[in-house]
Design a protein around this ligand. Structure first.
Ligand SMILES: CCCCCCCC/C=C\CCCCCCCC(=O)SCCNC(=O)CCNC(=O)[C@H](O)C(C)(C)COP(=O)(O)OP(=O)(O)OC[C@H]1O[C@@H](n2cnc3c(N)ncnc32)[C@H](O)[C@@H]1OP(=O)(O)O
Ligand SMILES: CCCCCCCC/C=C\CCCCCCCC(=O)OC[C@@H](CO)OC(=O)CCCCCCC/C=C\CCCCCCCC
Length: 350
């Protein structure tokens, strides 16, 4: 504000200088309050989301069951009936709400880090896409903000493309959370849900898969860019089977949101973490961010480090040519890794 006011001193010379100094005093008086208010709103926006991520599913489930034991049992009964009727909606394209995706709270969420989405190539609404997103980080802030909301302007940058961020199917068994997730266009990450979007939902679909998944979140720490990709071929197989294009997406800074105690492979705690992850689906990461009131204290508020998400060129054109050669060679060989590939249906290579 001061810079703008100072930019016009020539215009307000003489009698105007007292007005200018009064305006500058006024702006100084209000400016820190406005700036602080913005920062507080940003922290609250991120904190409410992290608490929702961690506790909304469990909390709503407990509340629904508890309400059955109160005078409000009818509300629980009606919602439960709705849940049964609506059970498969998440796997059938969900229920996206542009109103929820455009909530102002997501702009404060974006500005906290800040999160930026950089477009490098156009995408065609006549095609379907699988975005391979990396890295997971702890809570996939970049994936959620860019593809679960309109805060970074996805629809403006990619007109005609509908992003569907894929997350663990277990989330869609949680009352209220399932509806909240679907409003952001978020869908289950299982095969039949992705298949539906790529083959029964028209074109212009972009299914965003955080390829490394929960196991990749166990590898994240500030400054590290470890991705879990080696044995992950399912998303490629799906793209080939459905004739969709693959788009690599990388979020620089995603791993800088929290600090994590990373246990060495083979140690007792690492084994416990991986076993738990297999059982419960999500990764029991030992992480911390900063506190709510004191900057140097520990808490679940992420560190405000920039997250820059880069959407790269659709790789399918190159991939198609390579795979055409690979497919030709595999159909002539009957042993080795090719057999694995041969068991899949023939990719729809154009
Ligand atoms: C405006 C709305 C506001 C709402 C706000 C609400 C509050 C916030 C609350 C809530 C969170 C919001 C959401 C944030 C974002 C979260 C992001 C995630 O959830 S990342 C986890 C999902 N990504 C994966 O699991 C990747 C791996 N999965 C896949 O690629 C696909 O599932 C698929 C079908 C392509 C897998 O194909 P294949 O079965 O051939 O598997 P192959 O590519 O060989 O990879 C094997 C790995 O994939 C896992 N996998 C396979 N199917 C899976 C499935 N259905 N679910 C989970 N993992 C699966 C396996 O466990 C294995 O992982 P192993 O190596 O053991 O750690
Ligand atoms: C101020 C209030 C804060 C509320 C804190 C409640 C604590 C709840 C503890 C554990 C529940 C965590 C539920 C996580 C739900 C995950 C939903 C999801 O979709 O995750 C996606 C998944 C794959 O992408 O993401 C991850 O796996 C990344 C890690 C998620 C962070 C989980 C951190 C849990 C930390 C410790 C858990 C301790 C072990 C819990 C055992 C539970 C036994 C049933």
């Amino acid at each position: 504000m001061k810079t703008i006011l100072a930019a016009y001193p020539g215009v307000l010379k003489g009698t105007g200088s007292s007005i200018l100094s009064a305006l500058q005093d006024l702006s100084v008086a209000f400016w820190p309050c406005r700036y602080k208010m913005e920062k507080h709103l940003q922290v609250i926006s991120v904190l409410q989301w992290v608490i929702s991520f961690l506790a909304m599913g469990a909390a709503c489930t407990v509340l629904l069951i508890y309400m059955f034991c109160t005078d409000c049992w009818l509300i629980s009964a009606i919602y439960t009936a709705w849940l049964i009727v609506d059970w498969n909606t998440p796997k059938r394209g969900g229920r996206r709400s542009s109103w929820v995706r455009n909530w102002t709270v997501w702009t404060y969420f974006r500005d906290y880090f800040p999160i930026r989405l950089i477009k490098t190539h156009n995408l065609l609404p006549s095609r379907n896409y699988i975005f391979g997103y990396h890295p997971h980080g702890i809570f996939c802030f970049g994936a959620f903000c860019n593809f679960g909301t309109e805060a970074t302007g996805f629809t403006k940058k990619f007109p005609g493309i509908k992003p569907s961020l894929a997350t663990l199917a277990g989330n869609f068994r949680m009352p209220v959370l399932r509806d909240y997730l679907m409003s952001g266009g978020i869908c289950p990450v299982n095969k039949n849900s992705i298949d539906y979007l790529l083959s029964c939902n028209g074109t212009g679909n972009a299914v965003v898969i955080v390829v490394g998944g929960a196991s990749e979140s166990l590898q994240c720490a500030p400054g590290l860019n470890t991705v879990t990709l080696k044995n992950r071929k399912g998303f490629v197989r799906l793209a080939l089977q459905r004739g969709s294009d693959l788009v690599p997406v990388y979020s620089f800074g995603e791993n800088d949101a929290y600090k994590q105690v990373i246990f060495e492979e083979g140690t007792y705690w690492r084994t416990i973490q991986k076993r738990l992850q297999k059982i419960i689906g999500f990764a029991p990461c030992l992480f911390h961010g900063c506190g709510l009131f004191f900057g140097n204290s520990w808490g679940i508020v992420p560190y405000g480090n920039p997250i820059t998400t880069l959407e790269s060129q659709s790789q399918c054109q190159k991939l198609r040519i390579q795979l055409r050669r690979w497919w030709t060679c595999t159909t002539q060989c009957t042993s080795g890794p090719c057999r694995t590939f041969l068991t899949g249906t023939r990719p729809a290579l154009a």
